[in-house]
Design a protein around this ligand. Structure first.
Ligand SMILES: O=c1ccn([C@@H]2O[C@H](COP(=O)(O)OP(=O)(O)O[C@H]3O[C@H](CO)[C@@H](O)[C@H](O)[C@H]3O)[C@@H](O)[C@H]2O)c(=O)[nH]1
Ligand SMILES: [Mn+2]
Length: 719
C-alpha cells in the first residue's frame, strides 16, 4: 500500500522545452548584442538601440531563472487527521490590515474578518487581529457589530458546511436556502445598514450608546485625536474564554488594534502595522502560525489553514521552511482583464519557478508564517516572560497583559531595536512583502507556494486605469528601493542564496528599467520614419531574421506560457502585452523618476492606499471592458503622445511604401508602429470617439497632440 501523503511535487513537463528555448534564444541575443557593438564603432545613433536591447537582454536573461525549474505541488488535507489530531493543531493568529475607512469600507473589512473567523479550524486556537491605521472609530464600531453577527454566522456556516464564508459573497452568490437562511440574511443586512449609517454620519454618537463598556472603548477618540497623531487603542472584541456563539460553541478571539501614531515619527506603513500586530498577538495569544491578510482578501475556502498545515505538520518537513504562500487571486476582474490586474504571470507562472528554487515570494497577503521565523521570542525584551507564560494558556485580557500590549503598540517601542531591520516585516521600501521574503530567503529560510484549484483567498483590484497604474508605480518604486540598498539582490543576494533565486528577485526589482527599451522603441524608429530615415536591416538582409526571431520568439514563448500551458484566454494575453507597453510608458518611468527624486531628497512618496470603492458609472465602464481615462492624470501623458507619434509615422510609412516603393527599407519601422497603433486603439477611442465620462480629458488630448508635433518638429531639425 502506498504511504499516505500530505503533499507532493513534480517538475513541470515543459521544463526541458524551457531550457532548450533559453539556450537557443540566448545564442541569438548574443549575436544581436555583438552586432550592436560592431555598429557602435561606426555610428553614434545606435547607442540608444544598444542600450534598449541590452536592457531587454538583461531582463530576459534574469527572467529565465523563473523558467529553469518550475514545479507543481499538491496537498492532501484529507490525510491530515492521520498525522495530527485536531487538538494538536498549532494556534493560528490572523493579522488583517486596514488603513483608511473611506477607501476601504469597514463593511468590507468586517466581511474579510468574518470569512476567517469562520474557518474550519478549532475556534479555541484561532484569533483574528485587526490593525486599523485609519484610527477610525467607525471601523471599531463595525467590528463590534460584526462580532455580534459572527455569533450567528459561524455556527450557521459550520452546520451547513457553507463554502463562501464572507457573508457578502455568500448572499450575492444565490446560496442554497436553509430554514434559518432568511433570518441570517436579515440579520446581516441590518448589521450592514447600521454600520453604513455610522460611516455616513462620520462617527459614533456616544449619546446614543448606553453600554458603559462600549462608551469606554470610544472615549479615546477625543477632540484632538487625528489619524496621524493619537494614542494606542486596543479593544478585545471577542474573548474565547468568555464569548460563546448562539449554539454554545467557543468563539475565536477578535482583537482591534490601532497603534499609536505621532506626527513626528515615521510609521513605516503596512510593515509597521504588521510588526505591531506581531507583538500584540505575541503577547495575547502567541499563535505558532501567523497568517497575514489584506483587508479586502476574504477567504474563499474554509479549509485553507489545513492545507497550510499539510506542510507545517509534516513530520519530514524541512526545518528551514519559513512560510507557505497562497497566490493572490482576484474577484471582480472583467472578462478580458483589460488592465491585466490578474498578474497571472507573476502569481501563477513565475511563482512556480521560484517555488522550484527556494520557494515563492511573500505576496503581502495569503502568507502563513511560522511565528519564530519572522519574530522570535528573544526580540521582545522585557515582555518576553509574558510570552513564555502564554504557552500555559491564560485568558487574553488580563490587565497586565493589556498594559504590555499598549506599550508594544506605542510608536517608540521599536527605537533602538532590530524591528524592521532584522526582525519582523522589513522597512525601507513600499513593497515590504517582496523585501521581507527576500531577506528571509537570504537568511536561509525556504517557502512553499500552495495554489489549490479553488482560490484560497480572493481580493479586489483597481477598477480604473489611473488606480491601476498608480498601484504598479508604487510597487516598482518599492522594488527600486530594494535593489539600491545594502542588501541588493544581485550582490548580497547572489552571495547569500541560490544565485538563480537571487536573479529572480533581481528581475522583479529592476523591472522599471524596462521603460528604457519601451520608450526607445516607442519613439526612435517612428521619429526616424517620420523623417524618412531607415533604421533597421532590409527584409532581405540577415539582420532582419535576427530581429524577427527575437521578436517572435519572445512573444511566442510568452503566449505559450500564458495560453497554452497556463490556460489563460487569448484576449487576456493580448491585454497583458498591451499593459506591459503602457506600464513601460507610465508606471515604470514614473517609478524611476519618483525614486530618483526621493533619493535626492526632493520628495517623500508614501503608501498610497488603493481604493476598494467603485462608483456605479466606473463599475459599468469596467464591466463592459472599456478603458477609463476619465481623470487628468500625468501617468496617461507619455503613452498618449506615443500613440499619436506612432499613428503619424505609420501613415508616413504607407506613403513611403506606396509613393516611393520603399517597403524593404521601412518594413521593420512600419511593423513596430503598426504594433503600437493596434495596441493604442482604446487610446484613440478615448481621445476622439467616446463621449462618456471615461473619455480622455480634452486638455490631455490637446497637450499630447502639441507635444507630438513639437517632437516631430524638433526631430526634423536633427535628421
Ligand atoms: O500605511 C498603510 C498602508 C497600507 N496598509 C494596508 O496594506 C494593505 C495593502 O494595501 P493596498 O492599498 O490594498 O495595496 P495593494 O497595492 O493592493 O497591495 C499589494 O501591494 C502591497 C505592497 O505595495 C502589499 O503589501 C499588499 O499585500 C499587496 O496586495 C491594505 O490592507 C492596507 O489597509 C496599512 O495597513 N497601512
Ligand atoms: Mn489591495
Amino acid at each position: 500500500m502506498a504511504a499516505l501523503l500530505l503533499h507532493s511535487s513534480e517538475r513541470l513537463s515543459k521544463t526541458w522545452l524551457n531550457r532548450i528555448f533559453a539556450i537557443i534564444y540566448a545564442t541569438v541575443v548574443s549575436f544581436l548584442l555583438l552586432r550592436h557593438c560592431r555598429n557602435l564603432i561606426y555610428y553614434p545613433i545606435p547607442i540608444a538601440l544598444f542600450l534598449a536591447d541590452f536592457v531587454l537582454a538583461f531582463m530576459w536573461f534574469t527572467s529565465q531563472c523563473f523558467h529553469w525549474n518550475p514545479i507543481h505541488r499538491r496537498v492532501f488535507p484529507e490525510n491530515l487527521q492521520q498525522f495530527v489530531e485536531e487538538r494538536e493543531y498549532p494556534a493560528l493568529d490572523v493579522l488583517i490590515c486596514t488603513a483608511d475607512p473611506t477607501k476601504e469600507p469597514p463593511v468590507g473589512v468586517v466581511n474579510t474578518a468574518l470569512s476567517v473567523l469562520a474557518y474550519d479550524y478549532p475556534t479555541d486556537k484561532l484569533s483574528v487581529y485587526i490593525s486599523d491605521d485609519g484610527g477610525s472609530e467607525v471601523t471599531l464600531y463595525a467590528f463590534m457589530e460584526g462580532a455580534k453577527f459572527a455569533k450567528h454566522w459561524i455556527p450557521y456556516c459550520k452546520k451547513h458546511s457553507i463554502v463562501d464564508r464572507s457573508p457578502e459573497v455568500y448572499f450575492e452568490n444565490d446560496p442554497a436556502w436553509f430554514p434559518e437562511t432568511d433570518e441570517i440574511k436579515a440579520m446581516y443586512e441590518r448589521m450592514k445598514s447600521r454600520v453604513e449609517k455610522v460611516v455616513q454620519s462620520g462617527g459614533v454618537c456616544l449619546d446614543e450608546v448606553k453600554e458603559s463598556e462600549i462608551r469606554d472603548a470610544f472615549s479615546k477618540w477625543t477632540p484632538n485625536f487625528s489619524r496621524r497623531h493619537h494614542p494606542t487603542i486596543i479593544k478585545i472584541i471577542l474573548d474565547n474564554t468568555i464569548d460563546k456563539d448562539v449554539a454554545g460553541g467557543v468563539m475565536p478571539n477578535l482583537v482591534y488594534v490601532s497603534r499609536e501614531k505621532s506626527n513626528n515619527k515615521p510609521h513605516n506603513f503596512k510593515a509597521g502595522a504588521l510588526n505591531v500586530l506581531l507583538r500584540v498577538s505575541g503577547l495575547l495569544t502567541n499563535g505558532q502560525i501567523v497568517l497575514v491578510l489584506d483587508c479586502d482578501m476574504f477567504s474563499n475556502d474554509p479549509e485553507t489553514p489545513l492545507r497550510a498545515l499539510c506542510y507545517f505538520m509534516d513530520p519530514n518537513a524541512d526545518s528551514k521552511l519559513g512560510f507557505v504562500q497562497f497566490p493572490q487571486r482576484f474577484s471582480g476582474i472583467n472578462t478580458n482583464d483589460i488592465y491585466a490586474s490578474e498578474f497571472k504571470a507573476e502569481t501563477q507562472i513565475l511563482s512556480l519557478g521560484m517555488d522550484g528554487l527556494l520557494g515563492a515570494q511573500f505576496m503581502g497577503t495569503g502568507g502563513f508564517f511560522k511565528r519564530h521565523v519572522i519574530s522570535n521570542d528573544s526580540c521582545f525584551g522585557f515582555i518576553k516572560d509574558t510570552i513564555m507564560q502564554k504557552n500555559i494558556s491564560i485568558p487574553i485580557c488580563t490587565k497586565d497583559v493589556l498594559v504590555l500590549a499598549h506599550q508594544a503598540a506605542s510608536c517608540d517601542y521599536e527605537d533602538d531595536t532590530k524591528w524592521g531591520s532584522e526582525i519582523g516585516f522589513r522597512y525601507g521600501t513600499l513593497t515590504e512583502d517582496t523585501y521581507t521574503s527576500f531577506r528571509l530567503h537570504c537568511e536561509g529560510w525556504k517557502s512553499i507556494l500552495c495554489n489549490p484549484k479553488r482560490a484560497a483567498f480572493l481580493g479586489g483590484s483597481p477598477s480604473n486605469l489611473n488606480d491601476a497604474l498608480t498601484q504598479t508605480k508604487r510597487w516598482y518604486m518599492g522594488f527600486l528601493e530594494i535593489f539600491f540598498n545594502k542588501y541588493c539582490p544581485i550582490t548580497y543576494g547572489i552571495r547569500s542564496m541560490n544565485p538563480l533565486h537571487a536573479l529572480c528577485y533581481t528581475h522583479y526589482t529592476l523591472r522599471s528599467f524596462w521603460s528604457i527599451p519601451i520608450i526607445v522603441y516607442a519613439f526612435l524608429p517612428q521619429i526616424s520614419l517620420l523623417n524618412s530615415f531607415p533604421m533597421f536591416a532590409r527584409v532581405s538582409e540577415g539582420g532582419f531574421s535576427l530581429h524577427a526571431f527575437l521578436f517572435l520568439g519572445a512573444y511566442g514563448k510568452d503566449f505559450y506560457d500564458f495560453v497554452v500551458f497556463g490556460g489563460g484566454s487569448k484576449q487576456r494575453w493580448w491585454n497583458c502585452q498591451r499593459m506591459w507597453l503602457m506600464w513601460g510608458l507610465s508606471s515604470y518611468p514614473f517609478a524611476l523618476l519618483e525614486w530618483s527624486l526621493k533619493s535626492f531628497g526632493f520628495s517623500t512618496s508614501g503608501f498610497n492606499v488603493t481604493s476598494k470603492v467603485i462608483e456605479e458609472e466606473q463599475k459599468k465602464l469596467y464591466e463592459q471592458g472599456v478603458f477609463d481615462f476619465g481623470v487628468e492624470s500625468i501617468l496617461f501623458f507619455p503613452f498618449s503622445v506615443a500613440s499619436l507619434i506612432n499613428l503619424f509615422s505609420f501613415v508616413k510609412g504607407f506613403m513611403e511604401v506606396f509613393i516611393n516603393g520603399r517597403l524593404q527599407e521601412f518594413f521593420v519601422q512600419m511593423f513596430i508602429s503598426g504594433v503600437v497603433v493596434v495596441n493604442s486603439w482604446p487610446i484613440y477611442e478615448g481621445m476622439v470617439l467616446r463621449r462618456d465620462r471615461g473619455r480622455m480629458p480634452l486638455k490631455l488630448t490637446l497637450a499630447s497632440l502639441s507635444t507630438a508635433f513639437a517632437i516631430f518638429l524638433a526631430s526634423s531639425l536633427i535628421f
